[in-house]
Design a protein around this ligand. Structure first.
Ligand SMILES: [Zn+2]
Length: 325
């Protein structure tokens, strides 16, 4: 068995999408090469933008135009000449050599326009993610993430002056002090906790409507490991002490700029739940049978399949489950 870069090259697309056992998470399926080595190559970028075969996806406030009809849903791509003015970023190059860009701008008018075609409408990544092909889901996730970052990083955090995009839209530089700023990600942990009887802990956030439940989650704090964040969040929110933290997979969640890191953990002490009522309205242990019955009766609703939460719950449960937030 080889190691290092050779091994990476040998990984199949399926293996690359197999995120720690959670296969084909809706937003972790991208298959277009990111062409990172081209981001500083002005001549290559100009030639790609001049090529009418280059495909451009426009994003605005986390939405893109998606065409859905008879077949699978598809992103609406424009040629560079058709694309509106806006912050432009290189998304990558596919196996056929087609180059993809994103542009953060107002979405083109959807229906009835020659340029976008019939059946196109603006939809959010949360809705579009599960409907799109691997290629399009990856491109939209990448484009929405960069669009969201550019939208709120127009000014230098050091001196307050304007910043300008660089590296094909993958960094910004301050026009006054020259400091360079890269896209920010907020790492968040999301974890399924089980008790010694293999029941799982589900909770309802205080901001959610009745019946909606999920596994616990929270942001990683500065100076904290992901595993420490898992233990802290579970204890803060439910009073339960855990151990045996293990990573199960990750999914980008650029709404607006999170990376969800999925974990399993086991309760090590008392199973008594004391919720932090500021954050959590209620939390309960569910056996598989209790979960099935509670979903069937409408007593609880799980998060939608696009979420890593849904997929982690399914991986514990053993088969697919209905999610109907
Ligand atoms: Zn500055």
């Amino acid at each position: 068995m080889t190691t290092g870069p050779d091994r990476q090259a040998e990984l199949s697309a399926d293996e690359l999408r197999d995120s720690g056992g959670l296969r084909n998470l809706a937003l972790s399926r991208g298959e277009v090469d990111r062409s990172t080595e081209r981001r500083g190559d002005a001549a290559w970028l100009a030639a790609a933008w001049a090529d009418p075969g280059t495909r451009v996806v426009v994003v605005e406030d986390g939405q893109a135009l998606v065409r859905s009809g008879e077949g699978p849903a598809e992103l609406v791509f424009l040629s560079p000449a058709e694309a509106p003015e806006g912050v432009r970023f290189l998304l990558g190059t596919d196996a056929g050599g087609v180059v993809y860009f994103g542009v953060a701008a107002s979405l083109p008018p959807p229906d009835g326009e020659q340029v976008t075609g019939l059946g196109a409408r603006p939809i959010s990544l949360r809705q579009a993610g599960p409907l799109l092909s691997d290629r399009d889901a990856g491109l939209m996730t990448h484009a929405v993430a960069l669009g969201n970052w550019h939208a709120v990083h127009t000014h230098c955090p050091r001196c307050g002056a304007l910043t300008e995009p660089e590296l094909a839209g993958h960094s910004r530089r301050c026009v006054v002090d020259g400091s360079e700023h890269f896209p920010r990600l907020d790492p968040a942990v999301i974890m399924l906790v089980t008790d010694p009887d293999d029941r799982c802990l589900l909770a309802r956030n205080a901001m959610w409507p009745e019946r909606r439940v999920s596994i616990l989650a929270g942001f990683v704090e500065p100076g904290e490991s992901a595993e420490q964040a898992v233990a802290r969040e579970v204890h803060e929110e439910t009073g339960v002490t855990i151990g045996g933290v293990r990573y199960v997979g990750s999914q980008p969640w650029p709404m607006p700029h999170s990376l969800m890191l999925g974990f399993r953990a086991t309760a090590t002490g008392s199973l008594e739940i004391r919720v932090d009522s500021d954050e959590i309205a209620e939390a309960h242990w569910f056996s598989r049978g209790e979960l099935r019955a509670s979903i069937a009766s409408g007593e609880i609703r799980l998060p939608p399949p696009v979420s890593i939460a849904h997929r982690i719950i399914e991986s514990w449960y053993g088969t697919e489950l209905d999610g109907a937030w």
